[in-house]
Design a protein around this ligand. Structure first.
Ligand code: SAM
Length: 291
């Protein structure tokens, strides 16, 4: 599969619009631990203004708004933003506002936010320098630009498990390329992330390496989460035959059961503890100050 092609903005919008509902149901809840770790580092204060770039359906925007920050959540996908705004209304949260826009050309005034943050967002854009420059532009002098990205694929176990199961079950399977890595992993190396933030003109750049967690109670849920997590994941799953998909799920079920056993949990719904298996997820959180 070609994972290196550069898509157009229209192709990007259409692809993410198509994933949005499944992304909201399966991926956004699994991002809670990453959002929590990011907010722990950010230590937001009530009244701060935060822009979340490529916010999806608000995995970070909602917990940020609950701290009392004023959040503008932006994303190229209007369907993601509609889901986010629906949830804000349903929860009665007036301090989070979703707006559809391209992260490489933010329709926002310069020097207006205390924090500009993006979680697995601009780190997967084909034009990372332009999107970082936009985050810097809209942030006030002294404010922070924060880039959050997965670490290397094997250390992001929900991806590593699926790649391992596909490699075992699909003849001729082509895994994710390593050099260069696909776009979602372009700053998976903390040194590369540090360089990109420094090249964007930020000062006092630091990269925090964290391990976050995701829990899966079935192989089907794990594969579905992988499929909705990114258009690349969706293509991997779409290319499986029905037999291959079933074999991959069986292989994943065994892997989850082994992991659950190591953790003293139940890997299926039949046990008394149905929390399933906890998978680790390496995350880099890069922070720089705008001068
Ligand atoms: C992996 S999701 C991450 C969403 C969210 N930050 C989270 O952690 O749940 C990537 C998001 O980037 C958005 N996106 C992709 N290209 C974009 C662009 N050029 N401008 C703005 N958003 C974009 C997609 O619509 C999608 O919501």
């Amino acid at each position: 599969m070609d994972t290196q092609r550069t898509p157009t903005a229209d192709q990007i919008r259409t692809a993410w619009d198509g994933l949005a509902s499944g992304f909201d149901e399966f991926v956004t809840p699994e991002t809670a631990s990453i959002a929590q770790e990011t907010l722990r580092i950010l230590d937001l204060q009530p009244g701060m203004r935060l822009v979340d770039v490529a916010a999806g359906t608000g995995a970070l925007s909602f917990p940020a708004a609950r701290t009392g920050a004023h959040v503008v959540a932006t994303d190229i996908s209007p369907v993601m933003i509609d889901l986010l705004n629906d949830r804000a209304r349903a929860e009665g949260l007036a301090n989070v506002e979703g707006r559809a826009m391209d992260g490489t050309a933010l329709d926002l005034e310069a020097d207006t936010f205390d924090v500009a943050v993006s979680v697995n967002g601009v780190s997967l854009f084909p034009d990372l320098p332009t999107s970082l420059a936009e985050m810097v532009r809209v942030t006030k002098p002294g404010g922070r630009v924060v880039l959050v990205s997965f670490g290397p694929p094997p250390a992001v176990e929900f991806i590593g498990f699926v790649m391992g199961a596909m490699k075992a079950e699909v003849p001729g399977f082509t895994p994710l390329p390593v050099d260069p890595p696909p776009l979602p992993f372009q700053v998976a190396d903390p040194d590369v992330m540090r360089s990109r933030l420094t090249e964007a003109g930020l000062s006092e750049v630091s990269v925090h390496r964290s391990t976050c967690h995701m829990s899966f109670d079935s192989a089907e849920r794990l594969l579905t989460t992988f499929m909705f997590s990114n258009p690349i994941g969706a293509r991997f799953v779409a290319e499986l035959t029905a037999e291959q998909k079933s074999a991959v799920e069986q292989r994943l079920a065994g892997m989850l059961k082994d992991r659950a056993g190591e953790q003293g949990r139940s890997g299926d719904q039949s046990g008394s503890d149905n929390r399933g298996a906890e998978l680790h997820c390496a995350v880099n959180i890069g922070v720089g100050i705008v001068s």
